[in-house]
Design a protein. Sequence first.
Length: 233
Amino acid sequence: MARDSAVNLTQGAYEQLRADLLACRILPGSRLKIQELCNRLSVSLGAIREALSRLTSEGLVVAEPQRGFRAAPISEADLQDLTKVRIEIESLCLRRAIEVGDVDWEARLVAAFHRLSRTPERVEADPARSSDEWAEAHAAFHTALADGCDSPWLLRLRRQLYDQSERYRRLSVPLTTRTRNIGAEHQAIVDATLARDADKAVALLSAHLSATTRILLTATLEGEAEKQRELAG
């Protein structure tokens, strides 16, 4: 029983830290102080170290020799590369799903889209923040979109890339203008997928994934321009 309890505590610590990293409640690049995490999550030093080790293997945490652990940093170059690779892998998954996916896959996709479309995207008390419920439904939707694919390796890679992209998506939420209708983007992808129009579905998905990147890069450029104006003034 004691061993089972320790395993559960370690798993719980891992899941909480992972959720905090993906939601950017732990900011990218910030130092992870093990004792503080032990106190906050009420678990042992060993549980935190094991959780951080797992998160390091997933690329969400970076282990620095002699310096401990840090939340994986983000950068423009990483975002651009990540987006490019994610589009390639997601497109392969979607094309294969459209080719071999059955009616049960279609039903799962429709159900996932329905759930997503009925879930508020923003936290009511803080409209600049994406809700955890919507983030969960959004992840389930993109998983359902791909899971008609019959390649475990492609699906495994897609999941890893999605998780890395989620940190960037969360950061983009306060920057997203109201002119972007993300629900309509999802609807168009679903319609093309159910119509088995692979070229159109992939094109729409690629545009959808690229939008977050454009929002963040535009905000970065605007921020740099503002700094330059302040220095000049």
